[in-house]
Design a protein around this ligand. Structure first.
Ligand code: IYR
Length: 221
C-alpha cells in the first residue's frame, strides 16, 4: 500500500457470531418494512429531522471521497406547487405516448398515472442532485463514479428516512431538467432523484408486492 499521509486509527466494537446473526436478522426485518409510498400526510416534519437524514446520507462512500451530491430541500408551498405542475406536464406526455406499452403494462400493479399530488402534500421534497464536476477557482475538477456515489447516498437517505419512522417515494419525473430551472442549479449539477418525505397518509395503502428470495438474488461460491 502507498504510504499513508494522514491516516487515523479506526476500530469497531467486536461482535460475536451469535449476536451478529441475531442483529442482522432484526435489521433485515426492520428494512423489510420499508415501502415506497405515494400517499402522504401533510403533517409537518421538523426541519432538523431532514437535516439529520441528509447528514446520514452524506456518510455514503464516494469516488475519491468527492461527495458529488447536493440535496435540495423544498418545503416552500409555492415552490412545491411549481414543481408539481412542471412534473405533471412531463408525466402527462410520458403516460400519453412517451412510455412504451410494455412499460405502461409493467406499471399497472402500482396504479400510477400522471397526477402527482404528493409533490404538494408531502411536507418536504428532497431533490438529490449529482455533481458531474466541480468548478474550483475557475477550473474544472473531476468527480469520479458519480452515478454510483449518488446512488449510494440516495440509498443511505432512504434508510435514514425509514429509521426516522417516515416514508418516501423514489420519484423520477422524466426528463428532470425543469428542476434545474426551478431550483436555479448551476451547470455542473443535474437532478438524480426527487424524493418526497413525510408521514404516510392515514388511509395509505401499498401494492401487495413480494421481494425476491435469497436464492433468487444471491449466489455463494
Ligand atoms: N416516472 C413515472 C413513471 C414510473 C416509472 C417507473 I420504472 C416506476 O417504477 C414508477 C413510475 C411516474 O412517476 O409516474
Amino acid at each position: 500500500m502507498a504510504e499513508a499521509e494522514n491516516f487515523t486509527p479506526y476500530s469497531r466494537p467486536h461482535i460475536e457470531a451469535d449476536e451478529m446473526i441475531q442483529n442482522t436478522q432484526t435489521y433485515f426485518e426492520f428494512m423489510d418494512q420499508r415501502r415506497s409510498l405515494r400517499a402522504f400526510s401533510n403533517e409537518a416534519v421538523p426541519k432538523k429531522v431532514i437535516e439529520n437524514i441528509i447528514r446520514a446520507a452524506s456518510t455514503a462512500p464516494s469516488g475519491a471521497h468527492k461527495q458529488p451530491w447536493t440535496f435540495c430541500v423544498v418545503g416552500n408551498p409555492e415552490l412545491k406547487k411549481k414543481i408539481r405542475a412542471a412534473a405533471e406536464e412531463e408525466e402527462y406526455t410520458n403516460y400519453h405516448g412517451r412510455m412504451s406499452d410494455e412499460w405502461l403494462n409493467d406499471l399497472r400493479p402500482f396504479a400510477t398515472d400522471w397526477h402527482k399530488e404528493f409533490l404538494e402534500i408531502a411536507p418536504w421534497l428532497i431533490i438529490v442532485c449529482r455533481r458531474n464536476y466541480e468548478m474550483i477557482d475557475g477550473e474544472k475538477r473531476k468527480n469520479y463514479y458519480v452515478q454510483e456515489s449518488v446512488g449510494l447516498a440516495a440509498g443511505f437517505l432512504l434508510t435514514a428516512i425509514h429509521q426516522a419512522g417516515l416514508v418516501a417515494l423514489t420519484h423520477t419525473p422524466s426528463p428532470m431538467n425543469f428542476l434545474c430551472k426551478i431550483l436555479e442549479r448551476p451547470e455542473n449539477e443535474k437532478p438524480f432523484l426527487l424524493i418526497p418525505v413525510g408521514y404516510p397518509a392515514k388511509d395509505a395503502e401499498v401494492p401487495d408486492l413480494k421481494r425476491k428470495s435469497l436464492e433468487e438474488i444471491a449466489i455463494f461460491y
